[in-house]
Write a protein that binds this ligand. Structure first.
Ligand SMILES: Cc1cc2nc3c(=O)[nH]c(=O)nc-3n(C[C@H](O)[C@H](O)[C@H](O)COP(=O)(O)O)c2cc1C
Length: 199
């Protein structure tokens, strides 16, 4: 049996060169999310009683291809939570790396006491199907409706369905950013293509 705290014994792969040192060090559970960060940092815009708001969000994942469905965590400490829960609508904007400073500023103040569009000078446009605004500085925008709230009480998890997607044709190759925790971000780099039968 492995000693408490020690890494399990190594079974080296046959005929393949080892990647890295194969030394495994225990990693704090509270930081595990930083290793498995799921996708690009996005913006989540809502509008409640005619007042638009926007927050930064990195805890989200696709759960269905078509219709596209997304699971996302919106903390009930955020002003956006009630707006999303009550209106059941939002826009997810996917910001380019150049917008990162503003994205972080958006994620560090609250619509509870700040008009972020005004104070941070964020552009917005009416959406086609939802009251939440489109964010034209983002290279892609997804108009979404909340289709499942069963996990909201337990996990603040909303299931969204994308009802309209928009892309800026001149910025299809925009680089996205990925949150690695506490102000650390990775920017998309080189694209690699390999033959694959799967989506
Ligand atoms: C890079 C980044 C990622 C974030 N990801 C999330 C997230 O996935 N879920 C969440 O509830 N809050 C997340 N936040 C925090 C909210 O964006 C932040 O609390 C924001 O101030 C909420 O705004 P609001 O009170 O106007 O809704 C993130 C913040 C940053 C800077």
């Amino acid at each position: 049996m492995a000693r408490r705290g020690a890494a399990p014994p190594d079974h080296p792969a046959k005929g393949r060169k080892a990647l890295g040192s194969h030394r495994l060090r225990s990693f704090p559970l509270a930081r595990a999310y930083r290793l498995i960060e799921p996708g690009p940092v996005v913006l989540l815009a809502t509008s409640r009683r005619g007042i638009p708001n926007v927050m930064a969000m990195s805890w989200h994942m696709m759960v269905e291809f078509t219709p596209p469905q997304i699971a996302c965590i919106v903390s009930n400490r955020n002003h956006s939570f009630e707006a999303l829960r009550r209106t059941k609508e939002c826009v997810i904007g996917i910001p380019p790396a150049e917008f990162l400073e503003t994205v972080v500023a958006i994620g560090n103040c609250s619509g509870a006491d700040t008009d972020k569009f005004e104070s941070l000078g964020i552009a917005r446009k009416p959406a086609r199907h939802v009251a939440a605004p489109l964010l034209p500085d983002c290279f892609a925008n997804l108009e979404c409706r909340v289709i499942d709230t069963r996990m909201v009480n337990a996990y603040c998890m909303f299931i969204l369905e994308v009802v309209q997607a928009w892309i800026d044709p001149e910025r299809r190759d925009a680089r996205m950013v990925h949150h690695q925790g506490w102000g650390k971000f990775a920017v998309d780099g080189r694209t690699i293509r390999l033959p694959s039968g799967k989506a």
